[in-house]
Design a binder for this molecule. Structure first.
Ligand code: DND
Length: 236
Protein backbone atom coordinates (compact mmCIF):
# COMPACT_ATOMS: atom_id res chain seq x y z
CA UNK A 1 0.00 0.00 0.00
CA UNK A 2 1.29 3.43 -0.92
CA UNK A 3 -0.16 6.18 1.23
CA UNK A 4 -1.98 9.07 -0.34
CA UNK A 5 -0.59 12.56 0.04
CA UNK A 6 -3.37 13.28 2.56
CA UNK A 7 -2.47 10.32 4.71
CA UNK A 8 1.17 11.29 4.65
CA UNK A 9 0.31 14.87 5.51
CA UNK A 10 -1.82 13.58 8.38
CA UNK A 11 1.06 11.64 9.85
CA UNK A 12 3.42 14.56 9.33
CA UNK A 13 0.96 16.77 11.20
CA UNK A 14 1.02 14.35 14.12
CA UNK A 15 4.79 14.45 14.08
CA UNK A 16 4.88 18.25 13.99
CA UNK A 17 2.50 18.28 16.91
CA UNK A 18 4.75 15.87 18.81
CA UNK A 19 7.60 18.29 18.22
CA UNK A 20 5.70 21.25 19.66
CA UNK A 21 3.36 19.68 22.13
CA UNK A 22 2.60 16.02 22.82
CA UNK A 23 -0.44 14.58 21.04
CA UNK A 24 -2.74 11.69 21.88
CA UNK A 25 -2.14 9.86 24.10
CA UNK A 26 -1.08 13.18 25.56
CA UNK A 27 2.17 12.19 27.14
CA UNK A 28 2.33 13.46 30.69
CA UNK A 29 -1.04 15.26 30.54
CA UNK A 30 -2.49 13.54 33.60
CA UNK A 31 -0.21 14.39 36.55
CA UNK A 32 -1.82 11.54 38.47
CA UNK A 33 -0.14 8.84 36.42
CA UNK A 34 3.16 7.88 34.88
CA UNK A 35 3.58 7.62 31.11
CA UNK A 36 6.03 5.41 29.25
CA UNK A 37 7.45 6.67 26.00
CA UNK A 38 9.32 4.10 23.88
CA UNK A 39 12.03 5.23 21.47
CA UNK A 40 13.08 2.86 18.71
CA UNK A 41 16.31 4.28 17.34
CA UNK A 42 17.87 2.98 14.16
CA UNK A 43 19.54 3.65 10.88
CA UNK A 44 16.49 2.01 9.27
CA UNK A 45 18.22 1.43 5.92
CA UNK A 46 15.65 0.03 5.33
CA UNK A 47 13.20 -0.42 8.20
CA UNK A 48 11.90 -4.01 8.31
CA UNK A 49 9.48 -6.28 10.13
CA UNK A 50 12.11 -7.12 12.80
CA UNK A 51 12.08 -3.48 13.91
CA UNK A 52 8.28 -3.30 13.82
CA UNK A 53 7.67 -6.55 15.70
CA UNK A 54 10.25 -5.60 18.33
CA UNK A 55 8.62 -2.21 18.91
CA UNK A 56 5.17 -3.77 19.12
CA UNK A 57 6.35 -6.33 21.63
CA UNK A 58 8.03 -3.66 23.74
CA UNK A 59 4.79 -1.68 23.60
CA UNK A 60 2.78 -4.69 24.81
CA UNK A 61 5.19 -6.24 27.32
CA UNK A 62 6.33 -3.01 28.96
CA UNK A 63 2.97 -1.26 28.73
CA UNK A 64 4.36 1.67 26.75
CA UNK A 65 2.00 4.48 25.75
CA UNK A 66 3.64 5.25 22.40
CA UNK A 67 6.75 4.32 20.42
CA UNK A 68 8.70 7.00 18.57
CA UNK A 69 10.64 5.61 15.60
CA UNK A 70 13.76 7.69 15.37
CA UNK A 71 15.86 7.37 12.19
CA UNK A 72 19.39 8.59 12.91
CA UNK A 73 20.41 11.59 10.80
CA UNK A 74 24.11 10.78 10.62
CA UNK A 75 24.60 7.48 12.49
CA UNK A 76 27.52 7.69 14.93
CA UNK A 77 28.91 4.21 14.26
CA UNK A 78 28.41 4.35 10.47
CA UNK A 79 30.45 7.44 9.59
CA UNK A 80 32.72 5.37 7.33
CA UNK A 81 29.86 3.59 5.55
CA UNK A 82 27.52 4.47 2.75
CA UNK A 83 24.03 5.05 4.12
CA UNK A 84 20.86 6.08 2.25
CA UNK A 85 19.83 9.70 2.64
CA UNK A 86 18.09 10.71 5.88
CA UNK A 87 14.98 11.74 3.90
CA UNK A 88 14.72 8.33 2.21
CA UNK A 89 15.14 6.54 5.54
CA UNK A 90 12.62 8.84 7.20
CA UNK A 91 10.10 8.35 4.37
CA UNK A 92 10.37 4.55 4.70
CA UNK A 93 9.99 4.83 8.47
CA UNK A 94 6.92 7.02 8.03
CA UNK A 95 5.37 4.58 5.57
CA UNK A 96 6.11 1.56 7.78
CA UNK A 97 4.58 3.12 10.89
CA UNK A 98 1.66 5.01 9.33
CA UNK A 99 -1.02 2.40 10.04
CA UNK A 100 -0.28 2.01 13.75
CA UNK A 101 -1.68 4.84 15.89
CA UNK A 102 0.82 4.05 18.65
CA UNK A 103 3.84 4.26 16.35
CA UNK A 104 5.08 7.72 15.38
CA UNK A 105 7.96 8.48 13.02
CA UNK A 106 10.08 11.31 14.37
CA UNK A 107 12.24 13.83 12.48
CA UNK A 108 14.06 14.85 15.64
CA UNK A 109 17.38 13.24 14.70
CA UNK A 110 17.33 13.81 10.96
CA UNK A 111 16.65 17.51 11.52
CA UNK A 112 19.56 17.85 13.93
CA UNK A 113 22.89 18.73 12.36
CA UNK A 114 26.12 16.84 12.94
CA UNK A 115 26.75 13.30 14.11
CA UNK A 116 23.68 11.74 15.72
CA UNK A 117 24.16 10.80 19.35
CA UNK A 118 21.37 9.05 21.23
CA UNK A 119 22.14 10.96 24.41
CA UNK A 120 21.26 14.26 22.69
CA UNK A 121 17.90 12.84 21.62
CA UNK A 122 17.08 11.46 25.05
CA UNK A 123 18.18 14.73 26.66
CA UNK A 124 15.85 16.68 24.39
CA UNK A 125 12.89 14.38 25.05
CA UNK A 126 13.66 14.47 28.78
CA UNK A 127 13.58 18.27 28.66
CA UNK A 128 10.50 18.43 26.46
CA UNK A 129 8.21 16.15 28.40
CA UNK A 130 6.94 16.50 31.98
CA UNK A 131 8.58 14.50 34.74
CA UNK A 132 5.84 11.84 34.72
CA UNK A 133 7.01 10.64 31.27
CA UNK A 134 9.58 7.85 31.48
CA UNK A 135 11.83 7.16 28.50
CA UNK A 136 12.43 3.61 27.27
CA UNK A 137 15.12 3.27 24.61
CA UNK A 138 14.60 0.06 22.61
CA UNK A 139 17.52 -1.70 21.03
CA UNK A 140 18.50 -5.11 19.74
CA UNK A 141 20.41 -7.12 22.33
CA UNK A 142 23.50 -7.30 20.11
CA UNK A 143 23.59 -3.49 20.05
CA UNK A 144 23.05 -3.22 23.78
CA UNK A 145 26.62 -4.21 24.51
CA UNK A 146 27.77 -1.34 22.28
CA UNK A 147 25.84 1.11 24.45
CA UNK A 148 28.66 0.99 26.96
CA UNK A 149 30.80 2.78 24.37
CA UNK A 150 28.16 5.20 23.15
CA UNK A 151 28.67 8.92 23.58
CA UNK A 152 27.99 9.91 27.21
CA UNK A 153 26.60 6.49 28.16
CA UNK A 154 26.47 7.55 31.83
CA UNK A 155 23.88 10.20 31.04
CA UNK A 156 21.84 7.73 28.97
CA UNK A 157 21.71 5.49 32.05
CA UNK A 158 20.46 8.41 34.16
CA UNK A 159 17.57 9.49 31.97
CA UNK A 160 16.35 6.34 30.22
CA UNK A 161 15.53 2.71 30.79
CA UNK A 162 16.98 0.43 28.14
CA UNK A 163 14.99 -2.30 26.47
CA UNK A 164 17.20 -5.05 25.08
CA UNK A 165 15.36 -7.22 22.55
CA UNK A 166 16.99 -10.59 21.99
CA UNK A 167 17.35 -11.91 18.50
CA UNK A 168 16.98 -15.66 17.88
CA UNK A 169 19.92 -17.68 19.18
CA UNK A 170 21.37 -14.78 21.08
CA UNK A 171 23.25 -15.52 24.31
CA UNK A 172 21.74 -13.09 26.81
CA UNK A 173 24.14 -14.00 29.62
CA UNK A 174 26.98 -12.40 27.70
CA UNK A 175 25.08 -9.13 27.25
CA UNK A 176 24.07 -9.05 30.90
CA UNK A 177 27.63 -9.66 32.07
CA UNK A 178 28.96 -6.92 29.78
CA UNK A 179 26.41 -4.40 31.01
CA UNK A 180 26.98 -5.23 34.66
CA UNK A 181 30.74 -5.19 34.17
CA UNK A 182 30.62 -1.70 32.65
CA UNK A 183 30.14 -0.07 36.03
CA UNK A 184 27.44 2.18 34.52
CA UNK A 185 24.13 1.72 36.38
CA UNK A 186 21.97 0.91 33.35
CA UNK A 187 18.42 -0.18 34.02
CA UNK A 188 17.84 -2.80 31.33
CA UNK A 189 14.63 -4.71 30.65
CA UNK A 190 15.23 -7.73 28.45
CA UNK A 191 12.65 -8.80 25.94
CA UNK A 192 12.45 -12.04 24.02
CA UNK A 193 11.33 -11.44 20.45
CA UNK A 194 10.63 -14.75 18.74
CA UNK A 195 11.42 -15.45 15.08
CA UNK A 196 12.63 -12.75 12.72
CA UNK A 197 16.33 -13.09 12.06
CA UNK A 198 15.96 -10.24 9.58
CA UNK A 199 18.50 -7.49 9.04
CA UNK A 200 18.61 -4.38 6.90
CA UNK A 201 21.74 -5.64 5.13
CA UNK A 202 19.87 -8.83 4.18
CA UNK A 203 17.12 -6.75 2.59
CA UNK A 204 19.66 -4.55 0.79
CA UNK A 205 21.55 -7.56 -0.55
CA UNK A 206 18.37 -9.24 -1.76
CA UNK A 207 17.24 -6.07 -3.49
CA UNK A 208 20.64 -5.63 -5.08
CA UNK A 209 20.55 -9.14 -6.50
CA UNK A 210 16.98 -8.77 -7.74
CA UNK A 211 15.40 -11.05 -5.13
CA UNK A 212 12.08 -10.34 -3.48
CA UNK A 213 11.89 -8.75 -0.04
CA UNK A 214 8.14 -9.30 0.14
CA UNK A 215 6.93 -10.22 3.67
CA UNK A 216 10.21 -9.00 5.18
CA UNK A 217 9.03 -5.41 5.35
CA UNK A 218 5.82 -3.51 4.61
CA UNK A 219 4.61 -3.39 1.01
CA UNK A 220 4.62 0.40 1.22
CA UNK A 221 8.35 0.33 2.01
CA UNK A 222 9.00 -2.08 -0.86
CA UNK A 223 7.09 0.27 -3.17
CA UNK A 224 9.25 3.19 -2.01
CA UNK A 225 12.47 1.21 -2.54
CA UNK A 226 11.41 0.29 -6.07
CA UNK A 227 10.13 3.73 -6.96
CA UNK A 228 13.35 5.43 -5.82
CA UNK A 229 15.72 2.73 -7.03
CA UNK A 230 17.31 2.19 -3.62
CA UNK A 231 19.89 -0.57 -3.05
CA UNK A 232 20.42 -1.31 -6.74
CA UNK A 233 24.11 -0.50 -6.50
CA UNK A 234 26.51 -2.66 -4.51
CA UNK A 235 27.83 -1.00 -1.35
CA UNK A 236 31.41 -0.85 -0.27
P1 DND B 1 21.69 0.77 14.24
O1 DND B 1 22.55 1.34 13.19
O2 DND B 1 22.09 -0.50 14.91
O3 DND B 1 20.19 0.62 13.65
O4 DND B 1 21.46 1.91 15.36
C1 DND B 1 20.68 1.64 16.51
C2 DND B 1 20.60 2.89 17.39
O5 DND B 1 21.83 3.07 18.06
C3 DND B 1 20.36 4.21 16.62
O6 DND B 1 19.39 4.95 17.30
C4 DND B 1 21.72 4.91 16.69
O7 DND B 1 21.64 6.32 16.63
C5 DND B 1 22.17 4.45 18.05
N1 DND B 1 23.64 4.63 18.26
C6 DND B 1 24.53 3.79 17.65
C7 DND B 1 25.90 3.98 17.84
C8 DND B 1 26.35 5.02 18.68
C9 DND B 1 25.41 5.85 19.30
C10 DND B 1 24.06 5.63 19.08
C11 DND B 1 25.84 6.98 20.24
O8 DND B 1 24.97 7.77 20.67
O9 DND B 1 27.06 7.11 20.55
P2 DND B 1 19.50 -0.52 12.76
O10 DND B 1 18.59 0.19 11.84
O11 DND B 1 20.50 -1.47 12.18
O12 DND B 1 18.64 -1.32 13.85
C12 DND B 1 17.75 -0.61 14.69
C13 DND B 1 17.53 -1.37 15.98
O13 DND B 1 16.82 -2.58 15.71
C14 DND B 1 18.84 -1.79 16.64
O14 DND B 1 18.71 -1.66 18.03
C15 DND B 1 19.00 -3.25 16.24
O15 DND B 1 19.74 -3.97 17.19
C16 DND B 1 17.54 -3.70 16.19
N2 DND B 1 17.29 -4.80 15.24
C17 DND B 1 16.46 -5.83 15.51
N3 DND B 1 15.76 -6.16 16.61
C18 DND B 1 15.03 -7.30 16.54
N4 DND B 1 14.95 -8.13 15.46
C19 DND B 1 15.65 -7.83 14.36
C20 DND B 1 16.45 -6.64 14.34
N5 DND B 1 17.23 -6.05 13.41
C21 DND B 1 17.72 -4.93 13.98
N6 DND B 1 15.58 -8.66 13.31
Amino acid sequence: MILSADELAGNAAVERAIGEQPVWPRMGADPGRMYRLGIMGGTFDPIHNGHLVTAQQALDDLDLDLVLFMPAGSPAFKQDREVSSPEDRFAMTLLATADNPLFVASRLEIDREGVTYTVDTLEELHRRYPKNVELYFITGADAIIDIISWHNAERIAEIATLVGATRPGYDLAWAKAAIEGSGIPFDVRYLEVPALAISSSYLRNRTHSGQSIRYLTKDSVIGYIQKHGLYREARA
